[in-house]
Design a binder for this molecule. Structure first.
Ligand code: ASP
Length: 582
């Protein structure tokens, strides 16, 4: 037996007991005649004491030879500590060692294994196994486990069955590139790793599974953005014989359960917002509604004066920054610089100070009088003491620009409290989205999403106006889940694929299996998927998903610990039929 207790278990009540502990040496304090060792494992830290009076010489020698992160086993007696440490649960006792065995030595670790470490991100990723010994990382992994356990518990209780679907499949379009795997046995042919189990979960519905879920890895070869992982985890779900309302209810229930069990937060019914309203009021399809600062559209009250910039703009839109009139001229100039940064891309910003006495002072006083500005204030809901920030230009550009400014200002004003949770359903997404570069429409969600009843015919006449039974769950300005009611008949699916630019032949080659299945009694069905990594990070009050993944990839998609991706040798390439004979 390696240990009788773990290092977080012993209390004063154990005094006098003979125990055996094992773990890592966090710290050795050597006073010459007395040595203290902090022994650590996943459960905590226990202090070990070895001294000249009560311990053998050999024991003292062994203790002196210990270094940080040595793995040791200690036998000894639990005794009351003279100077107690109220910071840790084992702080009232220590172990008077009678035997000390080195189970494994350790090199000096490249960074300190403590809550606040001296190691930078790169070195910690290279030695992630050491990083995992630190409380903040370890606690995050335990936290993630708790969340997934609660998910499984809740969904099982609701009658969902967890079913595994294959990883070596054919392309499932979720809008990214596929990672592919060459097949050795089928020369020149490749599997694709799933961007999601979308088609399989639909086939499970055809198979009569009725309620499916899976905590599953998905793979998307996207251009990497900060905090995106090429492989990530979804809570993937699907139900048969349901309507949108049923789905929203079940998964609102799941989210509410998590908020209660994990965060102790009780949330009422989640509000819902149309996609169009979200875009109009927040410039964004995942609005953070923990704070207000809604957009006020100002075309009506700004155009047809002499200010050319506004007159020629498709959209003039502003927000009221609470208390913003207190900003100095310099601070406002800095804000203007901020919106002009290439990452935001605005050309400039007009502002209005709302003075305490009810008057206004704007950067465009030449063109607008007090009465005009009062109208702007009414539209943006600005109060005395606020600052109105106004941007203008093309709708598709201005909205994200002002949305970025809104989020930045809210952050600065401390309005994005991670302990406050504001979930929101965004519903009625458009079915299609115009790709500005190619001029083609593609599926906003994915090609299996059904149009709203009666809108299929509009695909020809006005494709941009067709709405889908598609919904996203948003939490604190992050999309944590999304899904849709699916197409479940072959004819509609074929029409949809045609509109997405698939020839009949391509549609059959790629999705023939699904459309064939639809001919054998496919039930009406729909579902959604949560992004588990992000969900866990938000519930954990943090923004970085990497911190909740045991072995994440860096921003270039590399695992710097195992050094992947890597070249493979010629033999292997040949075996896979990938070696070009030049
Ligand atoms: N497969 C979708 C996704 O990965 C989710 C869904 O429609 O259920 O976004």
């Amino acid at each position: 037996m390696y240990r009788s207790h773990n290092n977080g278990a012993l209390r004063l009540a154990h005094a006098g007991q003979e125990v055996t502990l094992a773990g890592w040496v966090q710290k050795v304090r050597d006073k010459g005649f007395m040595i203290w060792i902090d022994l650590r494992d996943r459960y905590g830290i226990t202090q070990i004491i070895v001294d000249e009076e009560r311990s053998s010489k050999a024991l003292l020698e062994t203790a002196k030879a210990l270094g940080r992160e040595f793995v040791i086993q200690v036998k000894g007696t639990v005794i009351e500590r003279e100077s107690k440490n109220s910071q840790i649960p084992t702080g009232e006792i220590e172990i008077l060692a009678s035997q000390l065995t080195i189970l494994n030595a350790s090199l000096t670790p490249p960074f300190t294994i403590e809550d606040t470490t001296d190691g930078g991100e790169d070195i910690r990723m290279k030695y992630r196994y050491l990083d995992i010994r630190r409380n903040p990382v370890k606690d995050n992994l335990i936290f993630r486990h708790k969340v997934t356990m609660e998910v499984r518990k809740y969904l099982s209780n609701e009658g969902f069955i967890e079913v595994e679907t294959p990883y070596l499949i054919k392309s499932t379009p979720e809008g990214a590139r596929d990672f592919v795997v060459p097949s050795r046995m089928n020369e020149g042919q490749f599997y694709a790793l799933p961007q999601s189990p979308q088609t399989f979960k639909q086939l499970l519905m055809v198979g009569g599974m009725d309620k499916y879920f899976q905590i599953v890895k998905c793979f998307r070869d996207e251009d990497l953005r900060a905090d995106r992982q090429p492989e990530f985890t979804q809570i993937d779900c699907e139900m048969a014989f349901i309507e949108q309302e049923d789905i929203l209810e079940v998964f609102e229930g799941l989210t509410r359960h998590l908020l209660k069990e994990i965060n102790g937060v009780v949330v009422d019914k989640f509000p819902r917002m149309d996609y169009d309203d979200a875009m109009r009021l927040y410039g964004n399809d995942k609005p953070d509604i923990r704070f207000d600062m809604k957009f006020g559209e100002l075309n009506e009250v700004t155009q047809h004066k002499d200010f050319k910039v506004f007159n020629s703009a498709e959209l003039v839109v502003g927000i009221a920054v609470p208390g913003g009139n207190a900003y100095s001229r310099k601070e406002i100039d800095k804000l203007i610089d901020w919106v002009r940064r290439p990452q935001v891309g605005a050309l400039g910003m007009v502002y209005v100070r709302c003075n305490e006495d009810g008057t206004f002072k704007s950067s465009v006083d030449k063109f607008y009088n007090q009465e005009d500005l009062a109208k702007w204030a009414a539209k943006t809901n600005a109060k005395a003491g606020d600052l109105i920030c106004v941007l203008s230009g093309e709708i598709n550009k201005v909205r994200p620009q002002l949305s970025a400014l809104r989020m930045e200002l809210a952050e600065r004003l401390g309005l994005r409290d991670p302990k406050v949770f504001a979930p929101l359903w965004v519903v009625d997404f458009p079915l299609l989205e115009l790709d500005e570069e190619t001029g083609h429409y593609h599926a906003m969600h994915h090609p299996f999403t059904s149009p709203k009843p009666g809108q299929l015919e509009m695909l020809d006449s006005n494709p941009a106006a067709v709405k889908a039974n598609a919904y996203d769950l948003v939490l604190n300005g992050n999309e944590i889940g999304g899904g849709s009611i699916r197409i479940h008949d072959k004819k509609t699916q074929a029409i949809m694929l045609k509109h997405l630019g698939f020839s009949e032949k391509d549609a059959k080659a790629q999705f023939g299996f699904l459309m064939d299945a639809f001919e054998y009694g496919a039930p009406p069905h729909g579902g959604l998927a949560f992004g588990l990594d992000r969900l866990v990070a938000i519930l954990g009050g943090q923004e970085t998903i990497r911190d909740f993944i045991a072995f994440p990839k860096n921003n270039s998609g590399r695992d710097v610990m195992i050094d992947a991706p890597a070249a493979i040798d010629d033999e292997q390439l040949k075996e896979l039929n990938l070696k070009l004979d030049l």
